[in-house]
Ligand binder design. Structure first.
Ligand code: FEO
Length: 166
């Protein structure tokens, strides 16, 4: 059985993961409309991953005899001026998500909820990967400056993330 305090906090996390999914879908739509198919595809993969994150927490709440409460998802931004601006947003967003996971981990430890702690450990590792991947892209986009050719090369390379996942 799950205590109410943890159930509430996990429900907030479910909402935050769905919001992340929505945010990346919005980025995917924006970059698709600008013919950057690689960026659109990368964000598309990210959207699906975030949905899976939400469902991982969802399943945990149900398995532990808790109640999932789905709530309104905040509307994401709809347009980004540059790929760098979008990836800087992704990086900041992922840092915020890491903070949420750490807070949940603190709570699980306080409440001696070892099952939730175990489930969250996966997220701790996942966040390291998410931050590292996005920071690398931010740094690369900064490095290329205004070079359109290099931008298209990065766009082309990021398209492969979707292909590899199939
Ligand atoms: Fe599920 Fe990217 O945080």
């Amino acid at each position: 059985m799950i205590v109410k305090k943890i159930e509430d906090a996990l429900n907030k996390q479910i909402n935050a993961e769905f919001h992340s999914s929505f945010l990346y879908l919005s980025m995917s739509a924006d970059f698709a409309s600008k013919n950057f198919d690689g960026f659109a595809s990368w964000f598309g993969v990210q959207t699906r991953e975030e949905y899976e994150h939400a469902m991982k927490v969802y399943s945990h709440v149900i398995e532990r005899g808790g109640k999932v409460k789905l709530t309104e998802i905040a509307a994401p931004k709809t347009s980004w001026k540059t790929a760098l601006e979008a990836f800087e947003d992704v990086y900041a967003h992922e840092q915020m998500m890491t903070g949420m996971i750490y807070n949940l981990m603190d709570l699980a430890r306080e409440e001696k909820d070892y099952a939730t702690e175990e489930m969250l450990r996966w997220f701790v590792n996942e966040q390291v990967e998410e931050e590292s991947n996005t920071l690398k892209i931010v740094e690369q986009l900064k490095m290329i400056g205004d070079s359109k050719g290099s931008l298209f090369q990065i766009d082309h390379r990021l398209a492969k993330r979707g292909e590899n996942r199939k």
